[in-house]
Design a protein around this ligand. Structure first.
Ligand SMILES: *Cc1c(COP(=O)(O)O)cnc(C)c1O
Length: 403
C-alpha cells in the first residue's frame, strides 16, 4: 500500500457512496405532533408550554431514569445546563469544578451564572474525570462539580458522588452524550443533585432541532429549576399569580420548551433502548473488525454494555505511524468515512474562555487522550456494511502510514 493509493491523494475511495443519513425523526414523531394539534383543537385552545405533552414527556423521561424524581423540558441543551446551575443557587464567584472536554455550553453556563470554572483533568488515557482528579482540584472556594459523561460512557459517578458528599460539594451531571447510559445498574443523571441533558437533534434521543431536560430527585430543587427556567416564577406557591411579577423570586430568562417539541421527545424517547442497542452492536462489530484486521497502530477505545454510545473513539499509537494522528484521521475521512480528526472541545484551548478560568491549569491527560485518538461518527442506522467500510478504510490508511 502506497500513500498514493489513499483517497486523500487521488486514489479510489474505500466508500464511494455517502454513509446513510440518520433520519431519527419518522412516522412516530409526526403522529405525536398531529396528536398535539388534535388534542388542542378538541380543547378549543392554542398549545403553549408546560402543557399536557410536556407532562407526558417529562413523566416518560423520569420513568426512563428509574421512576423517581422530576424533570423539566427546556429550550436547548445549553439552557438545561444554565438552568440546572442557576437552580443550585450558588453565590457569584463560587468555584465550579468541571470536566475539561465538553461542549462550550457547559463552560459558558458556569461563566454566565457568575461562577468560576475550575478545570479538572481526566483519568489517564480517557476522556472522563474521576474522583482522584476532582479531589486534586478542590480549593476553599469550590462549591460544586460538573461531570460530563463523555461519548456515552459513564464517568465513575458513584465514587464521585461519594467524594462530593464527603467534601460538601453539589454535584451536577451533564448527560448530553449519554442518554440512558448506566453505572452500577443506575442511569446516569440520577447520582448527582441535578442533571442536564441536551436533546438537540444529534443526541441519542431528541426533542427535534433543539431542546434540553433538567432532572433532579429533589422536589424543592425541581421548583427552583422551574423558576430558573421561567423568569423566577414561584408557580408552586399558594396564591401564586402569574400576572404579578412582584411575587417572582429572582431574575431569570424564559427557557421553556414547547408542546410540539415535547411530543417529538416522547416519540424519540420510546426509541432510545433500540437506538442504544444498535449503537452498541456497531461498536462490537467495529471492535471485532479492527481486531480481525490485525492492525498494529489502531484500536477501539474500551466500551461497555452499559454505555449509550455517542461516537466511536479510535486510539492510534502515534509512535507507529509516520504522520500526526490528525492527518491519519483526515486520510480515513477522505476514504468516505465520517470522522472528527481532532477533537477541539478541550476547554483549556479556547482563547475566549481563558480570562474566566480560575487558573491556567494544564489538563495533560485529556490532551494526550485527544492527541492519540480520533472519532468515528456513526449512528443507529449504520450496520455491518458501514462497519466493514470503516475497518477497511482504517486498515488501508494504517498500511500506507505504518512505520
Ligand atoms: C450537545 C451538548 C451540549 C449543548 O447542547 P445544545 O443542545 O447544543 O445547546 C452541552 N454539553 C454536552 C456534553 C453536549 O454534548
Amino acid at each position: 500500500m502506497s500513500k498514493l493509493d489513499l483517497a486523500l491523494f487521488g486514489g479510489p475511495k474505500t466508500r464511494a457512496t455517502p454513509m446513510p443519513g440518520r433520519m431519527a425523526f419518522g412516522d412516530e414523531e409526526l403522529a405525536l405532533i398531529q396528536e398535539v394539534f388534535a388534542a388542542y383543537k378538541e380543547k378549543g385552545i392554542d398549545f403553549g408550554y408546560q402543557g399536557i405533552f410536556e407532562q407526558r414527556y417529562t413523566d416518560a423521561f423520569v420513568a426512563a431514569l428509574g421512576g423517581e424524581g422530576y424533570a423539566d423540558a427546556v429550550s436547548t441543551g445549553t439552557a438545561s445546563l444554565f438552568v440546572a446551575l442557576a437552580a443550585l443557587r450558588l453565590a457569584p464567584g463560587d468555584h465550579v469544578l468541571v470536566s475539561p472536554c465538553t461542549d462550550p455550553g457547559t463552560l459558558n453556563a458556569i461563566v454566565l451564572n457568575q461562577l468560576v470554572p475550575v478545570l479538572v483533568d481526566t483519568m489517564p488515557g480517557t476522556f472522563n474525570v474521576g474522583p482522584e482528579q476532582i479531589a486534586a482540584r478542590i480549593g476553599p472556594k469550590a462549591k460544586a462539580v460538573v461531570v460530563v459523561h463523555f461519548a456515552g460512557q459513564a464517568a465513575p459517578i458513584a465514587e464521585i458522588a461519594a467524594l462530593c458528599r464527603e467534601k460538601k460539594l453539589l454535584l451536577m451531571e451533564d448527560c448530553s452524550h449519554a442518554h440512558g447510559a448506566t453505572y452500577h445498574g443506575k442511569k446516569v443523571g440520577t447520582f448527582g443533585d441535578i442533571a442536564a441533558f441536551s436533546t438537540m437533534y444529534r443526541k441519542n434521543h431528541s426533542t427535534g432541532g433543539c431542546g434540553g431536560v433538567v432532572y433532579t430527585r429533589d422536589l424543592d430543587r425541581y421548583h427552583l429549576v422551574r423558576a430558573a427556567a421561567d423568569r423566577g416564577k414561584p408557580y408552586w406557591k399558594e396564591g401564586f399569580d402569574e400576572k404579578d411579577p412582584s411575587q417572582f423570586l429572582f431574575p431569570a430568562l424564559n427557557f421553556n420548551q414547547d408542546e410540539v417539541s415535547c411530543a417529538i421527545g416522547l416519540a424519540s424517547l420510546a426509541k432510545l433502548p433500540g437506538v442504544i442497542a444498535r449503537r452498541l452492536r456497531f461498536l462490537e462489530l467495529l471492535d471485532a473488525g479492527l481486531k480481525a484486521a490485525g492492525l498494529k497502530a489502531c484500536s477501539l477505545a474500551p466500551f461497555t454494555r452499559n454505555d449509550s454510545p455517542f461516537f466511536a473513539i479510535v486510539r492510534v499509537d502515534a509512535s507507529r505511524i509516520s504522520v500526526p494522528v490528525a492527518d491519519f484521521a483526515k486520510a480515513v475521512g477522505a476514504e468516505g468515512i465520517g470522522v472528527n480528526p481532532r477533537y477541539a472541545y478541550l476547554a483549556e484551548e479556547w482563547t475566549y474562555l481563558k480570562p474566566y478560568l480560575a487558573d491556567a491549569f494544564h489538563c495533560g491527560n485529556v490532551l494526550a487522550a485527544r492527541d492519540g485518538s480520533f472519532n468515528v461518527l456513526f449512528h443507529e442506522r449504520h450496520g455491518e456494511a458501514e462497519v466493514a467500510d470503516v475497518v477497511a478504510a482504517i486498515a488501508k490508511v494504517e498500511a500506507a502510514y505504518l512505520k
